[in-house]
Design a protein around this ligand. Structure first.
Ligand code: TRP
Length: 327
């Protein structure tokens, strides 16, 4: 099959992933790898905005996250899986882009405004500029992201346009790709996030998963079996919708009437969620025993990514008339 368009996807190395990452991003990436020329980037330089004091944690987080990517089905034969800092051109294009954007444009971004009080480094201000470089470096047409990243992709598009206006048509002008993803909430009914400690790790065992489910938030008005429940406000029902076939007919009505209690409802979820996760967990356990293989995948990915990045940067330098020894 001729792959026409390129996709760049990126994720910060947060370590072992959870169901929110799996259903919100990974499954989508796995689907896209067959139809697009795909680059999957572990953005360790972006992670430094928060973790600059102790970068020694990054190696294990990269290792664990790569295992989850592969266990979920990303295939190194179909996409280049690589570490951002192993392709130095990200830093070069970031620097060039930094000349084409004003500081007020960056300080106005909501992602900057939200965290500026905790984080006010030069690197944090430039975070979206580095992200734009990640994307444009591969000539990516599409970037699969959540709505929270919309402005960042817009900025990447704007920077590519500016570059093309100044120096001639060189860069692909990328667009965000929003896919319908199921909503997954954590044990405390907030967004599932490792930093909230409300997550179900992909690597959790069946017992660990059941224990997390036991403590999961449910409709506070449904105190005991017999009380009518509201599936539409219940994070357990959200999980049923992903993992239990026919959840709308089998789970919602008996919850609403009170016939199905929360304890049994969680047991039924356990009976569908755990088997669905079993093959991923098995692959994960196998991969964890093969660290050399993981680092080889990342080295090979960096070589392939580096090839594309090198070609694009040649065109960039040439457009800017800065490849002095060549033209
Ligand atoms: N900012 C993205 C996030 O927080 C991570 C990221 C960095 C990214 N570079 C990227 C995402 C390039 C897509 C493309 O999720």
């Amino acid at each position: 099959m001729v792959k026409r368009e390129t996709i760049l996807s990126g994720m910060q190395p947060t370590g072992a992933l959870h169901l929110g990452n799996l259903e919100g991003a990974l499954r989508n990436w796995v689907n896209l790898q067959d139809t697009y020329d795909m680059f999957c980037c572990i953005v360790d330089w972006h992670a430094l905005t928060a973790d600059f004091e102790d970068p020694s944690i990054l190696k294990d987080r990269i290792f664990q996250m790569t295992i989850d990517w592969l266990a979920a089905g990303l295939d190194p034969d179909k996409c280049a899986i690589f570490i951002q800092s192993e392709v130095k051109e990200h830093a070069e294009l970031h620097l060039l882009f930094s000349m084409l954007i004003t500081v007020p444009t960056l300080t106005r971004l909501p992602t900057y405004q939200e965290k500026q009080e905790q984080l006010d480094s030069y690197g944090f201000l430039g975070y979206p500029v580095l992200q734009a470089a990640d994307i444009c470096l591969y000539g990516a047409h599409k970037v699969p992201v959540g709505k929270d990243q919309e402005k960042h992709i817009w900025l990447a598009n704007d920077l590519a346009k500016r570059f093309n206006n100044y120096y001639g048509e060189t860069l692909v002008e990328p667009e965000a790709m929003f896919t319908r993803i199921p909503l997954i909430l954590g044990a405390d009914n907030r967004k599932m996030s490792k930093s909230y400690g409300n997550h179900i790790p992909i690597e959790a065992t069946e017992d660990e998963t059941n224990q997390i489910l036991r403590k999961y938030y449910t409709d506070p008005q449904k105190v005991r079996k017999g009380d009518p429940g509201r599936p539409e406000i219940c994070p357990i029902f959200l999980l049923h919708k992903v993992y239990t076939p026919g959840a709308e007919e089998e789970i919602a009505p008996p919850c609403t009437t009170g016939e199905l209690g929360c304890v049994d409802c969680k047991k039924r979820l356990s009976a569908t969620l755990n088997p669905a996760m079993a093959p991923i967990r098995e692959r994960r356990a196998e991969l964890e025993q093969k660290p050399d293989h993981i680092w080889d995948v990342l080295a090979d990915g960096a070589a392939r990514a580096g090839k594309r990045a090198g070609e694009v940067m040649e065109r960039v330098r040439s457009a800017m008339k800065m490849n002095y020894r060549k033209n």
